[in-house]
Design a protein around this ligand. Structure first.
Ligand code: PLP
Length: 356
């Protein structure tokens, strides 16, 4: 704190990202990164970068990436917005589309950045509680709102809504923008992209960070009606004209082009997830039914913070959230089968040693 700070900054409660340790030997299952890394063609592109690629500003309209996305998702260039990670895309969406007199609605247990963006931009919000089984109760969102934001699958629960349910929400909620955050959709849930033609108030947000293994690159995008995209462009062009760098544009295009790598690695993660869920259940864990690349787990007889500390002492990082109703859960990223086995060995050892 300093006397130079504005009152506004003094009162901010920033999002706390998962730890990115700088030291060597940790099993990092805390931020839902992809264990497999990107397509070899992405690395090829980065290797062959030459000096004009760095000397020159990138295309402010990111046309090469928008065209590759348009091709992949069967939409037009003017239905796409790209940004520096989907966090930035979401921030612009809150600012450009969700700031109204009525409160924005999102689940009480969800991605922690939503309330942070509301506070940053002075947007009223009212979280809606998940059910006792941690599910989104859609009917509770059929009320006058400044906007609705739902991750599908939800994070950190991993539970997904079927597309039919998203459509039912859109049929009832035409007065405000509905943002579906599909950060994890490629691991088994149904995407709402096809509904953007039917509902002009639907914005679907996705990222290259998880299923395409490019968290370090920072590329995210949104698909929706051109009027919504226009609003995002107005905010973006009032903030940073060049949010996606040249290397990132080329690498993201290369990632999109390698469909085989994408399909193979996400299937491996889905298979490992199901196997890990079974092993955890055998150890007595409650495992929420996840369609993401992570599992949200609780053990009826062990405190989550204690378990988190025990794993940490064994160089295994998972994520514990000190938030009401979810503080007895741990969020565990699905790694390779080897990594899942190391996690299970550590857990079995911890339970055996009765040090809890
Ligand atoms: C990881 C994540 C994002 C942000 O991803 P970027 O790396 O900023 O693209 C957005 N929403 C949810 C729910 C996430 O888990």
């Amino acid at each position: 704190m300093s006397r130079y700070w504005s009152d506004f900054v003094r009162n901010l409660k920033p999002y706390v990202p998962g730890e990115q340790p700088s030291f060597g030997h940790v099993l990092k299952l805390n931020t839902n990164e992809n264990p497999y890394g990107p397509s070899a063609s992405v690395l090829e592109v980065l290797k062959h970068s030459e000096h004009d690629l760095l000397r020159l500003y990138p295309d402010p309209n990111a046309i090469i990436l928008k065209d590759a996305l348009a091709d992949r998702y069967n939409v037009c260039r003017d239905e796409i917005f790209v940004g520096n990670g989907s966090d930035e895309v979401l921030a612009h969406a809150f600012h450009a589309l969700l700031k109204h007199d009525r409160p924005v609605r999102f689940p009480d247990i969800t991605y922690g950045f939503y309330p942070v963006y509301c506070d940053l931009y002075g947007i009223p919000y009212e979280p809606i509680p998940l059910s006792g089984s941690m599910e989104i109760e859609l009917d509770r969102y059929f009320i006058p709102s400044g906007g609705v934001v739902l991750p599908n699958p939800n994070a950190p629960t991993g539970i997904a809504l079927p597309l039919k349910e998203i459509e039912r929400l859109l049929e009832r909620q035409r007065e405000c923008v509905v943002v579906i955050d599909e950060a994890y959709v490629d691991f088994g849930a149904e995407s709402a992209v096809a509904l953007t033609r039917k509902f002009q108030n639907l914005l679907v947000v996705q990222t290259f960070s998880k299923s395409r293994s490019l968290a370090g690159l920072r590329v995210g995008f949104a698909i929706g009606h051109p009027d919504l995209i226009d609003a995002l462009n107005r905010v973006k062009n009032s903030f940073n004209s060049y949010p996606v760098g040249r290397l990132s544009l080329l690498a993201a295009v290369a990632a999109l082009e390698d469909g085989d790598h994408f399909d193979r690695t996400r299937q491996m993660i889905v298979d490992s997830r199901e196997h890990l869920a079974g092993s955890l259940a055998k150890l007595g864990f409650v495992v929420l039914p996840s369609l993401a690349n992570f599992l949200f787990i609780a053990h009826p007889s062990v405190r989550a913070d204690a378990l988190d500390a025990h794993l940490r002492s064994r160089q295994i990082l998972v994520r514990h959230f000190s938030i009401p109703r979810a503080d007895q859960f741990l969020r565990v990223t699905v790694g390779t089968d080897d990594q899942c086995r190391s996690l299970m060995n550590a857990l079995e050892d911890i339970f055996r040693s009765k040090s809890l």
